[in-house]
Every structure is written in C-alpha cells, then in structure tokens.
Design a binder for this molecule. Sequence first.
Ligand SMILES: Nc1ncnc2c1ncn2[C@@H]1O[C@H](COP(=O)(O)OP(=O)(O)OP(=O)(O)O)[C@@H](O)[C@H]1O
Ligand SMILES: [Mg+2]
Length: 345
Amino acid sequence: MIKQRDYSSWVTQSPLSELDPKKKIFAVASGKGGTGKSTFAINLSLALATLGHEVILVDADLGGADLSNLLSINSPRYTMQDFIQGEVTYLSEVLETTPSPNLRLILGGSDIISISNPYYQQKMKLIRNISQLEADYVIVDLGPDISFNNLDFFNAAPIGYLVTHNVDTIIMGFYRFLKAAFVRRLKQEFKDDPFIMNIINDFQNKGWNRSRKNLVHSIRAASREVHDQLDELLESFQPRLVFNMVKSNSAKQTADQMFSFILQNFGFRLQTAGFLPRDDEVEKAYARGEPYILRYPKGNTTKAIFELLVSSGLNYTKDNRQVTNFSGFNKLLKIEAQNWQFLKI
Ligand SMILES: Nc1ncnc2c1ncn2[C@@H]1O[C@H](COP(=O)(O)OP(=O)(O)OP(=O)(O)O)[C@@H](O)[C@H]1O
Ligand SMILES: [Mg+2]
C-alpha cells in the first residue's frame, strides 16, 4: 500500500526511500561527463542480477541516454519519453527485457529537449513512479551535468554513488556536484528558517576555501534547536565514492585528501564504495556494446566490483546465501553470460 504524501518538500523527504524501505534504490552520478557512470551502473546491475535479484536499471540521463547502445538493445518498444509525454500511464509500462532474466531496463528517450527538461510535476511523477517499480534493486544512471534534475534524482535516492577519477577537472566536477546536492538538500530542509538559510547562502557564495568553519558546524553553532533535524539529514546524506579508472596507488591518497577536504569544509564524512582500475577490457567491451562483467568474468574490474559488493554487504544471493570468494562469483557470471547469445562467439 503506497502512502499518499505531500511532495512539495520532497527532496528532504526522500520519497524513494520512504515508500518501500526493503527496496534498494541507488542513484549513480558524477558531476562530470565520461567518468564511467553508465559502465558502473550496468556492471553493478548485472552483478546483482547474477546474484538472483530482480534489478531494474533506469537510464535517467535525460537527453543523453545511451544504455541501449551499451547493451546492444536495439529499437526499444517504449522509452521513458513515452511516459514523460503521457503516451503511457505508468513507468512500469516502458520496461524492456534484456537477455538476463533478472535485469530489466527503462531506457531514456532520444535527445529531445522536452525530455531533458521535464516540468516539476513531470519530474515528480517520474520519481514517484521510479519508487513504485517492483524490483529488489532499482539503479538510476544519471547524466553528467549539475542540473536540478540530476541533483534532485540524486537526493531522492536513499543511496547515491558518485563516480570520479583522479584528474583535476573531474575531481572539481565531483566537488561541485557534491556541494550543489548538499546545499540543495539543506535548503529544502531549512527553507523556513531565514537565519540558517543565511549561513547556507553565505557558504554557497563565498566558496568553501574561504569559510572559516565548516558548514555543518556553522549551522550547529547557530541554533541548538536544529541539531536533531541536521543529524537526521546527515544520516540520510551519505554519498558513496567510486574511484574509477585508477592507475596507481596514488588514487587512494587522493581519495583520502578528498575525504578530509570534505570533512573540513562541509563537516560530513564521505564513504568509499570502491576503487576500479583503468582497464582496456572495459573499453573494449564498451566499444562493442557488450556487458563487460559478463564478457570478462575473471577480469580485473570484475574482481574490483566483487570487492565493492563485499565491502558494501551486497554479496548475497536472493535466497540470502553469502558469496564469499571471487571464484564463486565468477562461476555465477559465466552461467549468467550464457543468456547473452552474442557473447557466445
Ligand atoms: N574502468 C575503466 N577503465 C577504462 N575505461 C573505462 C573505465 N570505465 C569507463 N571507461 C570508459 O570511459 C568512457 C566513458 O564511460 P561511460 O559512458 O560509462 O561514462 P559516463 O560517466 O556514463 O559518461 P556520460 O557522462 O557521457 O554519461 C567509455 O569509453 C568507457 O569505456
Ligand atoms: Mg552515461
């Protein structure tokens, strides 16, 4: 039974998480193009599907959708565009099957302006419908820019992955996205409190380097009354960092620096989801429209994804058996790959 609620301040209410606490909804974002979001979203989806979970992968890169190409799924019958434009009533009507029985897709439309800029009501309807999809996991692949669409999708999902790598411009994009998402969330939460809003605006305008105290600390120091509200918000805002295309151990050092920078300036801790190597086989599979993790079940990145599953407690099959070693996971992937005709060459 779905609760009726007022979505006017939906960003802080996280409707996605509240509707069905058992269902896991992950958003994948970055704040910069080409960091490997879609690649990660596909591999994570297939990894979970291989473990027997029902997974829906949503291409929410509105206007720049490309998941169908990356999985060699031709001419989808329906796309999200049909839903946004009202051709179908429910988002579940645009679900596409894939060769993996446990993985279904919601594909984005072509690059028309109307879908990349849905009206607020349309966006709300989309978020509500994503939350109502019937699956064990829903993975939402977002676009690269710091638009309200991406920020709101990211903030609405209970778990947000941020994919970045060790290049200054990419890291800057990541910081900008994180700052924008956090500030947007805070502003929704404290919109009726002018004093707190001033602090947030001040932080936003002056930039993080010049702020003497971190944002969370400044809000806390301003009013005792908001402590509980702030704690609750921090509890629900826990982005997980995926460091992608890692070439050397220096990535871990960079990640540590990022973490302490964020702690110093914002006042909250980021979590590490995992480190994925730069891998030519990932590129090759991508170029051929093949799902990497099934094409290379023993590959280095497959192993890194398995480690990510383990460290996030996601290495359980649907019937709750823990998959503890890579070779076990590997065998399951090989069986799963049998479903994909074009991988059997
Ligand atoms: N671990 C990796 N090693 C090597 N290349 C990678 C890796 N991950 C992704 N890539 C490559 O990076 C490029 C971009 O990947 P992808 O499309 O997944 O990024 P994206 O963040 O979704 O991009 P966009 O912002 O355009 O949606 C592709 O060529 C892909 O093969
Ligand atoms: Mg992408």
